[in-house]
Design a binder for this molecule. Structure first.
Ligand code: EPS
Length: 374
């Protein structure tokens, strides 16, 4: 079973991930992975920390001569800003951050430093590398996972063709260059006010086989796994699949995607309100998921809090932070979706190696070819 754990503090020496169950025989395209890490560091509204880091994935196990071996894979990303021992105590918890709940949970004598070091979204760097491995596996099967930003604060971006060049040229990783200046203005205004902005990201996966995930057990439903993976990105407060919350307003007759014979053979779904998932399984349509990110909780103009050492009413702690990290969240969301899809594909096609996966995949796709083709 494809799975991973991560370790590392935001200002410790490095972030690590161990990925197990990854098939042998996949060429590890370092430029592909590092490109994603670089993209996660980008986007308008990021703090100076990103200028201090140059995130690169190094492989300490599970890869030989650039190809995965089937052994557990260890990834390391070095932190350049690794001054943990010198950082001050944090006794004034930030509303919205892990600080308060973490101190109550772990103790730490009223100091949230150890809590926030692990809660920091810096950890998503290594999750992006893990998801990149998922995306590499999917790419072998012509499955493409594309993340972009659809809202920053009150500015919504119109959708367009899923064009990497357009997205990557946008300071917000949007597909709507006309609206980027509006978003830039909103971020500048929030920054001047010592405030922060949230937004919404969307991930679309194309070429996905039907039948990934399962209706059979709750923990194998892919909609549930995707929602859990997306909600587990720091600051994500809501997840939608396909038409999402808006489908609740519709009658059943308007909510579902009818099934028709395609002229070219096979079946066609003229709409995709289900977002490519029915019954906890992919249905062969593009997968469409969205995640809503709250505004970051570290405010230069801090909110009201209480000093846990003295008990006095106090302004919350401030340390360097982004005005917005929604563009980065779109990269992380893309990564976690890719990992979940890769995991589900390994379950469906079976096999410890890429060759076995191909054989399993070919047999399956051959069996359903009169109904669905990639
Ligand atoms: C982040 C790195 C962090 C923060 C941010 C995300 O770096 P530092 O703490 O050194 O400034 O900029 O984390 C948060 C927003 C947070 O609340 O923890 C990163 O690499 O994404």
């Amino acid at each position: 079973m494809l799975e991973y754990v991560t370790a590392g503090e935001s200002h410790g020496p490095a972030l690590h991930a161990i990925v197990s169950g990854y098939p042998a025989g996949v060429r590890v395209d370092r430029a592909f992975l590092d490109g994603r890490l670089l993209r996660r560091q980008g986007g308008y509204g990021r703090s100076k920390r990103q200028q201090m880091e140059t995130d690169r994935a190094r492989f300490l196990s599970g890869v030989r001569r650039g190809v995965t071996t089937g052994n557990p894979i260890t990834i390391r990303i070095t932190n350049r800003a690794s001054n943990l021992a010198k950082l001050p105590s944090v006794t004034r918890p930030r509303p919205g951050h892990a600080d308060l709940a973490g101190v109550l949970k772990f103790g730490h004598d009223g100091d949230a430093r150890d809590v926030l070091e692990r809660a920091s979204a810096r950890e998503t760097a290594v999750r992006t590398a893990v998801g990149g491995l998922g995306a590499l596996l999917l790419r072998e099967f012509g499955i493409d996972v594309f993340g972009h930003v659809v809202r920053v604060g009150k500015v919504s971006f119109r959708g367009g063709a899923l064009d990497e060049d357009v997205r990557d040229a946008s300071p917000f990783f949007s597909l709507d260059p006309e609206r980027d200046p509006q978003a830039r203005e909103a971020v500048d205004e929030a920054g001047t006010d010592g405030d922060t902005l949230g937004g919404v990201v969307e991930v679309v996966a194309q070429g996905v086989w039907p039948g990934l995930g399962s209706n059979n057990q709750s923990d194998r439903r892919l909609d549930g796994r995707l929602a859990a993976a997306l909600m587990a990105i720091p600051a994500i407060k809501g997840v939608e699949i396909g038409a999402g919350f808006s489908v609740a307003r519709l009658r059943g007759s308007k909510a579902h995607d009818v099934i028709r014979h395609a002229k070219s053979g096979g079946l066609v779904r003229p709409t995709n309100r289900a977002g490519g998932l029915e019954g906890g399984m992919t249905n062969g349509q593009p997968l469409v998921v969205r995640a809503a990110m709250k505004p970051l909780s570290t405010l230069r103009r801090p909110l009201e809090s209480v000093d846990l050492k003295t008990g006095a009413r106090s302004d919350a702690h401030f340390e360097r932070s982004d005005v917005t990290a929604v563009p980065a969240a779109s990269v992380v969301a893309e990564a976690v979706v890719a990992f979940e899809l890769a995991r589900a594909l390994c379950v469906k096609a079976g096999g410890d190696s890429l060759a076995d996966l191909r054989a399993g995949g070919d047999a399956y796709l051959g069996r359903i070819a009169s109904w669905w083709t990639p």
